[in-house]
Design a protein around this ligand. Structure first.
Ligand code: HMG
Ligand code: MG
Length: 309
């Protein structure tokens, strides 16, 4: 039986809207608009914001202005900006930009990893061993992502043993936290419970984050499964922006406002001001010109427009 007493008292939210959210948007968002968006997110109380990617600019053109975005961003007290890095070339760009946190990314399925970063899973682990070593020498902390931890769009169901293998390999490199991803948003709470309980049998739960896309509307239910297991880090994107260009059928991430609403009502602290967060999402919604899927955004956004706040 779930009660407030056996759930985490505080949750860390990693806001991935500016990266996971925008990487799949067809409307070109200007550097200036990205900077305003990220600063609005920071003003809402979000402390961990993934801002962009140092990937090949032709592979993800939307984020090809990574250096300019980071150069233009104001620093806020207690806010950490991070960016994705796929290899040593990306790491050098990250070092040159002065960023203090990066995230490397691999997956459980060979086909997805090949499509996404043109490496096998073991090649990616070899690459990230070197990337992590150099990053840590440069006082840059390293987060890790493992994609396709439940279902792969090319290979189908993924075994929990593979999730543990890849997650543990990243932790052993000195990566401080691994985000376990449901890349195409197909997992349900029982999948989360089965895989994550297996992983945290071997790896401290404080080192695990969960990253849900919401294709089938199960993301919040999956968070509940994670909370019951004591996981206290969740990735989400403002307004529910998002998707992965290499995961056909993947829709946006779990929306940050919907996550914050649920956690607030459950008296789990996040320090995020949902009304300010809605302003950030509305700002980006207007730029990309489509209605974002977040339920709280539509509820509070409409009220906000009527009240002109
Ligand atoms: P490659 O073609 O194998 O790279 O791509 P390469 O090492 O053979 O180099 C080819 C050329 O690219 C060279 O240039 C390199 O210098 C250049 P040339 O000598 O031909 O002029 N190059 C770069 N340029 C800029 N920045 C770089 C870089 N690296 C090489 N970092 C590569 C391999 C990894 C680069 C490519 O496949 C790539 O950029 N992939 C990124 C894909 C991506 O961003 N996917 C989305 C993010 S993952 C995700 O969304 C999932 C997640 O949200 C979790 C979840 O939901 O599950 C995290
Ligand atoms: Mg993602």
């Amino acid at each position: 039986m779930v009660t407030k007493n056996n759930l985490p008292k505080r949750v860390k939210i990693v806001e991935v809207g500016p990266r996971d959210g925008l990487q799949n948007e067809s409307v070109n968002v200007s550097t200036k608009n990205k900077i305003v968006f990220i600063e609005l997110l920071a003003a809402s109380g979000l402390k961990d914001i993934e801002t962009t990617s140092f990937v090949h600019p032709k592979v993800v053109p939307q984020l090809s202005d990574a250096e300019d975005v980071l150069k233009g961003l104001r620093q806020f007290e207690n806010v950490t900006y991070s960016a994705l890095v796929p290899n040593l070339k990306g790491l050098q760009r990250a070092i040159d930009s002065g960023i203090k946190k990066i995230a490397v990314f691999t997956a459980c399925s060979e086909t997805f990893t090949k499509m996404n970063i043109n490496m096998s899973v073991d090649e990616s682990l070899k690459t990230f061993k070197e990337v992590t070593k150099v990053a840590l020498e440069n006082k840059i902390s390293v987060r890790g992502y493992v994609s396709t931890c439940f279902v792969c769009p090319y290979e189908g169901e993924i075994k929990k043993e593979k999730v543990l293998y890849v997650t543990k390999a990243l932790i052993d490199l000195g990566i401080y936290e691994v985000s376990i991803g449901d890349t195409i948003g197909a997992a349900v709470p029982t999948d989360v419970y089965e895989t994550i309980s297996y992983v945290i049998n071997q790896i401290p739960k404080e080192k695990i984050g969960l990253h849900f896309h919401d294709t089938y509307g199960t993301a919040l239910a999956n968070v509940m499964s994670g909370l019951e297991l004591g996981i206290s880090t969740y990735d989400s994107s403002s307004g529910g922006l998002g998707g992965c260009p290499f995961a056909p059928g993947a829709s946006g991430n779990l929306a940050t406002e919907d996550l914050v609403y649920m956690l607030n009502k459950m008296k789990i602290k996040t320090d995020v001001d949902i009304n300010k967060l809605v302003q950030a999402s509305l700002y980006m919604q207007n730029i990309i010109g489509r209605t974002l899927p977040c339920k709280q955004l539509q509820r509070l956004g409409v009220v906000g427009q009527i009240l002109n706040i």
